[in-house]
Design a binder for this molecule. Structure first.
Ligand code: ADP
Ligand code: ASP
Ligand code: MG
Length: 471
């Protein structure tokens, strides 16, 4: 569809009756001009509350679960009352009640079982998005705009990796043409849940925390949208995390690659996988602030559209919850290459992302950085793969260092900027922060630096300043 616009509203942009009203106004304004699909996150903090409730259910903690459910009802009932005209409230409250009851049924099942099956977690936590989609669609209807809440489980087809599913694009296209396109043909505005999907045999899945951005880009690609607008609570993609860097500046334009590198290396403003579905069709993305509609936002474009004058470092990002795993042969009997190959296979089987990797050829040691949340699975798979070598003493025990952080300096064509790496390292060492590992790799885009955790913030600020990224 040539002029289709997909828009996504994040948790804070859906966080109250007042914010839902703004999201509805933005959606309605565009819907009057062109076909629009709106994708929504759960109201802010709701996914955390749902996950916490399931943990309490598993632990058999009835009183705490009830307290959480009470909060969940109160939050959505209050929004219903504030948002909707009296005549619509009874039906809307019943709708909210039905969805929360569905959640509570799953939670109670977990309480009886004393466990939380991943598949049931996904089914349960998608209810946050189903609630917010329902409320936005109800409000649009009350304003005389034809709208329909759509559960993305009926649209986005995924593999069966619960909690971190990957879309199956061809099947999603087919599903979307039956569900979403039919609504668009009837001039109905679809309000689709972010974050969730389902397997080909209909089991509910989710796309990972923060996954509503990814949902929106999957739908934009599947529906051949002409643009994707991601509405959030900052003015766009910035040169650094504004919570950390007081003079961080909004970037007018970044490339898909830069945005993906930033997201992948910890910039929360985009889900790491958001850009992937858009690359093939080169669908442009805007990151915009739903709290400041006059601000232009950041445009994310294919690399070719970026002027060469704009090459060099553009932003710096960091990640704290990471761990550095080092593997070192105990003697030269063992081929370092073979160990590395086995270790990488193990990481592949563990389905984890390697955030950075470096090796030193003489001692055949190598180390790689992973998220702490994935460390348990990493170690299980490594130990299984290399158990014989460990048992016979060919390998030293694995070294795991959690007291580290990752910094990524990102910019197209940085490799062509002479002396940059040196300036960055000098800036870090002037703040007395130890550099543990460096990985510039083959990408011209990113210099990844692992430092001691305690120096992470200070190093990020130093780099931001040294590269002249601030206002
Ligand atoms: P949403 O709920 O809209 O998806 P998120 O909280 O997931 O919003 O992401 C937006 C937040 O990302 C911002 O409030 C900001 O604090 C944080 N952030 C981290 N790094 C960056 C960056 N480089 N540019 C902009 N925002 C960033
Ligand atoms: N609600 C989900 C989360 O909090 C998805 C999202 O907000 O993008 O992770
Ligand atoms: Mg987000």
């Amino acid at each position: 569809m040539s002029d289709l616009l997909v828009m996504k509203f994040g948790g804070t942009s859906m966080g109250s009756a007042a914010r839902i009203r703004v999201a509805a106004e933005i959606s309605a304004e565009q819907h009057a001009k062109r076909p629009v699909v709106t994708v929504v996150s759960a109201m802010s903090k709701v996914t955390d509350l749902l996950l916490d409730s399931l943990r309490k259910a598993e632990a058999g903690d009835q009183a705490d679960l009830d307290e959480n459910l009470k909060q969940l009802f109160a939050r959505h009932f209050d929004v219903c009352r504030e948002l909707l005209p009296a005549a619509r409230q009874e039906a809307a409250l019943a709708g909210v009640h039905a969805l929360i009851s569905e959640f509570s049924r799953i939670a109670k099942g977990m309480m009886m079982l004393g466990e939380r099956p991943p598949r049931s977690i996904d089914e349960a936590i998608a209810i946050g998005e189903r609630l917010s989609a329902f409320l936005l669609a109800e409000y649009l209807e009350s304003e005389g705009i034809l709208a329909a809440a759509v559960n993305a489980a009926d649209v986005i087809a995924t593999d069966a990796v619960f909690g971190n599913a990957t879309p199956l694009m061809e099947q999603t296209r087919q599903r979307a043409s039956k569900t979403i396109r039919r609504l668009l043909d009837e001039k109905i505005l679809p309000v689709v849940t972010g974050f969730n999907g389902s397997t080909l045999d209909g089991r509910p899945t989710t796309l990972g925390r923060g996954g509503s951005d990814f949902s929106a880009s999957i739908l934009a690609a599947a529906l051949d949208a002409s643009e994707l607008w991601i509405w959030t609570d900052v003015d766009g993609i910035m040169t650094g995390d504004p919570r950390l860097i007081s003079d961080a500046r909004v970037l007018d334009m970044v490339t898909y690659n830069e945005a993906a590198e930033l997201a992948y290396n910890g910039a929360k403003v985009l889900h790491p996988r958001t850009l992937a579905p858009l690359v093939e069709r080169e669908i442009p993305v805007w990151s915009k602030n739903s709290f400041a509609l006059d601000k232009p936002g950041t445009k994310i474009v294919p690399s070719a559209a970026m002027a060469s004058a704009a090459r060099g470092p553009h932003a710096v990002t960091s990640m704290a919850d990471v761990a550095l795993v080092s593997i070192e042969p105990a003697n030269s009997v063992l081929s370092g290459t073979k160990v590395m190959a086995r270790a990488l296979e193990a990481l592949d089987r563990a389905n984890v992302e390697i955030l950075a990797i470096t090796s030193s050829s003489y001692r055949q040691t190598f180390c790689f950085l992973v998220r702490q949340s994935e460390l348990g699975s990493v170690m299980d798979h490594l130990e299984e793969s290399l158990s014989l070598e460990l048992a016979h003493g060919y390998l030293k025990p694995f070294d795991v260092d959690k007291d580290v952080g990752l910094i990524a300096v990102v910019g197209e064509g940085m490799r062509g900027t002479p002396g940059l790496a040196g300036r960055i390292f000098t800036a870090i060492s002037k703040r007395n922060v130890n550099i543990i590992a460096i990985a510039q790799g083959s990408s011209e885009l990113t210099i990844a630096i692992v430092v001691r955790r305690e120096g992470l913030e200070s190093a990020v600020k130093a780099i931001h300043q040294e590269c002249g990224l601030g206002r």
